[in-house]
Write a protein of this length. Structure first.
Length: 263
């Protein structure tokens, strides 16, 4: 109950702030939509040059991109930690967080909550629905709960990976270059992994498992059961739990190492 009430209070404070600066809210939403739109346009341009991409049709790849957007939007809403090192380590705000009873990671994520990112998830759902219709696929009874489960697993993968990377700030004074690099790597997960060489496929599947936030879980719904990656789709929640457990462990150990802004 404590965490639910805290979540509600932070959400109300966010709403009050954005009601004061409404233009900033809509500019943020518009810029996010434009960015996602450019990524989609890039995919469409690719298919102007080739009918398939690694054996995947345009509608299938667009469906994968739509799925990719849903967990990323949820993750970006609750784990927007891009400025953590500057705000909480360099400026010492972590000292304030540690004086409160709620878990420090929970507080940090709520303080940086970014609800406009959920618009991207909504757009992703629309893209999936349109692509699904173009492919002429049938929605089965279990597809909705399975999709929700796979999306949760994908969100946990994002959260675990970026929590671990953010926690490097407790160990290093200059970790900021890693997050943009990881952001670029994650985009590979929205394309068919068979277009990459074996090393990159292995990395994207088992080392930095971004294939589990896009192409692998999305393939479950595209009736590509003969593909090896489709057989891995239902492992997404397990991979998510492992990734988040690793991220939380790295974070908790980093917090124990933290000695305050004045140290």
């Amino acid at each position: 109950m404590l965490y639910m009430s805290l979540f509600w209070e932070y959400l109300k404070n966010y709403a009050k702030t954005k009601l004061t600066y409404r233009a900033d809210f809509w500019i943020e939403v518009l810029s996010d939509l434009m960015f996602q739109g450019l990524n989609l346009i890039f995919i469409l341009i690719v298919f102007l040059q080739t009918p398939t991409l690694g054996g995947w049709s345009e509608a299938e790849v667009v469906f994968v991109y739509g799925f990719f957007m849903v967990p990323y939007g949820i993750f970006a809403t609750f784990f927007s930690l891009w400025n953590f090192a500057d705000r909480y380590i360099a400026k010492g705000e972590m000292d304030r967080v540690l004086t409160r009873p709620a878990h420090n990671l929970f507080q940090v994520t709520l303080e940086n909550m970014d609800p406009p990112s959920l618009i991207g998830s909504l757009v992703g759902i629309i893209i999936m629905a349109v692509s699904y219709g173009q492919l002429g696929l049938t929605i089965h009874l279990l597809d909705i709960p399975i999709m929700i489960l796979l999306i949760i697993g994908s969100v946990l993968i994002y959260a675990g990976m970026y929590t671990a990377l953010t926690a490097i700030s407790f160990y290093s004074d200059a970790p900021t270059g890693i997050l943009p690099l990881m952001y670029n790597i994650q985009s590979y997960g929205r394309y068919p992994v068979n277009i990459y060489n074996k090393i990159i496929r292995f990395v994207l599947t088992w080392v930095l498992p971004f294939a589990f936030v896009g192409i692998i879980p999305a393939s479950y719904f595209l009736e590509r059961k003969a593909d090896n990656i489709a057989s891995l789709a239902l492992y997404t929640p397990l991979v998510g739990l492992i990734a988040f457990a690793i991220g939380l462990t790295v974070w908790n150990r980093g917090v124990k190492r933290y000695r305050g802004a004045g140290s």
